[in-house]
Design a protein around this ligand. Structure first.
Ligand SMILES: Nc1nc2c(ncn2[C@@H]2O[C@H](COP(=O)(O)OP(=O)(O)OP(=O)(O)O)[C@@H](O)[C@H]2O)c(=O)[nH]1
Ligand SMILES: [Zn+2]
Length: 190
């Protein structure tokens, strides 16, 4: 999915400028196609800008299941909005359905993570946006979102601390209750 606002020609021109700015020759053989390639790749890695949570949380079922549902270890590839380099890791998304048992397809939880990951982002906002859109669209009794990522801007440059993991969480409704929260955390950690 590419954002309707994505301007391929402009992205291509910008990458050509960046190559010149770093002292490269954008017309040398190996780089000739690079601006177009990078533009296409940004269309993909920032493709979440073209989507909203409502676009992906389309399928809901009233199964009457009213206990916790948790999808863990959803791979995350996002783009640090400060340095435009990746941050990557996993997200764990759980919820306790509404009293009527309104649930969504499991893949939709992973798609929801992608909607907010595939754009310039900070990890805290990614975490709360996933949690808040579940609250808004499913009306669940509780939500927990935990995201664990390594930020390449802390690994390949700057402070250079490979392996450092940032863990963020957003907890809503009944999952704020210490016992329920502990149960969810034990499923995530276990
Ligand atoms: N809270 C938060 N900070 C982030 C995230 N991604 C990157 N950062 C931080 O954003 C900060 C930007 O700091 P600046 O001082 O403006 O930029 P900088 O000079 O490149 O900083 P250094 O990375 O320390 O070299 C850095 O501390 C990054 O580690 C994120 O998802 N959440
Ligand atoms: Zn960064």
């Amino acid at each position: 999915m590419t954002s309707p606002k994505f301007d391929h020609d402009r992205a291509e021109r910008a990458i050509r400028e960046l190559l010149i700015a770093i002292g490269e020759d954008p017309d040398r053989e190996g780089l000739k196609e690079t601006p177009a390639r990078v533009a296409r790749s940004y269309a993909e890695i920032a493709g979440g800008l073209g989507q909203s949570a409502a676009d992906v949380l389309t399928t809901t079922f009233d199964l009457g299941h009213d206990e916790m549902v948790l999808v863990k270890d959803i791979e995350v590839w996002s783009l640090c909005e400060h340095h435009l380099v990746p941050f990557t890791g996993v997200a764990h998304v759980g919820y306790i359905p509404s009293a009527e048992g309104r649930i969504t397809g499991l893949s939709k939880l992973a798609r929801l993570v992608d909607v907010y990951a595939k754009r310039p982002q900070v990890q805290e906002r990614l975490t709360t946006q996933v949690a808040d859109s579940l609250v808004e669209l499913l009306g669940p009794r509780g939500v927990i979102v935990v995201v664990e990522c390594e930020h390449l801007c802390m690994t390949m440059r700057g402070v250079r601390k490979p392996g450092a993991k940032t863990i963020t969480s957003a907890v809503r409704g009944q999952l704020r209750d210490p016992v329920t929260r502990a149960e969810a955390m034990s499923l995530i950690v276990g």
